[in-house]
Write a protein that binds this ligand. Structure first.
Ligand SMILES: Cc1cc2nc3c(=O)[nH]c(=O)nc-3n(C[C@H](O)[C@H](O)[C@H](O)COP(=O)(O)O)c2cc1C
Length: 193
């Protein structure tokens, strides 16, 4: 199985980095191949400019090729204002484009319902947050749940999307984080057999 792993967190040594490293190792242990991308490390340009000759952007082309071909997708990022960090939003804008991630029938001008083109069977989204679950649901309505499932991944044809939020990072102990890393590993073992 070929898995694409995306990490969007600016700080080396963050818990997000620890999660991604643990997942990377686990994918290898399972005997799968991984295309791993730390978007900050790659200096991924978040801004989609319409005058930009994206055909020539080698990094964007590489990500498009890999998202098209991967069998599984794992994305690790913190909750920032109820959304992915801008660098990851820019990745969505430029990598999950028409004719790569979704397409319309020839007689559809784009106002209809598209066909998802990604063939990955499974996606796993791992988020970190500083908001307790009850407050997230009652006050903020957990926008990341809707963004990743309904707005992005189901739209692009990935039918199975699992999302896990580790919280509250600010209050967490070493033991909490150790247990969460084990949980992240278990999720990979469970969903990417
Ligand atoms: C710009 C910014 C916006 C944030 N917005 C939220 C938010 O809306 N909800 C939340 O629970 N935490 C929010 N946080 C806290 C981060 O989610 C938290 O720092 C991160 O999950 C911790 O992970 P780390 O230890 O890997 O950095 C925000 C942090 C930053 C820097």
């Amino acid at each position: 199985m070929q898995i694409m792993l995306i990490l969007a967190h600016p700080k080396k040594g963050s818990f997000n980095h620890a999660i991604a490293e643990r997942i990377h190792a686990c994918i290898h242990q399972l005997g799968h191949s991984v295309w791993s991308h730390d978007l900050y490390e790659e200096n991924f340009d978040a801004v989609y400019r319409f005058d930009h000759a994206d055909q020539e952007d080698v990094l964007v082309q590489l990500h498009r090729e890999q998202i098209r071909r991967c069998d599984g997708l794992i994305i690790v990022h913190p909750n920032w204002w109820g959304q992915p960090p801008a660098i990851l939003k820019g990745w969505m804008d430029q990598v999950l484009v028409e004719d790569v991630a979704y397409g319309f029938d020839p007689d559809d001008n784009g106002s209809g319902v598209p066909t998802g083109l990604l063939h990955a069977e499974q996606a796993l989204i791992i988020n970190t947050s500083n908001t307790p679950l009850e407050r997230e649901q009652s006050v903020f309505q957990d926008p990341l749940e809707m963004i990743w499932k309904n707005c992005v991944l189901y739209y692009c044809g990935i039918k199975n999307v699992e999302r896990k939020v580790f919280r509250v990072i600010a209050d967490s102990t070493y033991e909490d984080r150790t247990a969460w890393l084990a949980e992240a590993e278990n999720l990979v073992q469970q969903y990417f057999k």
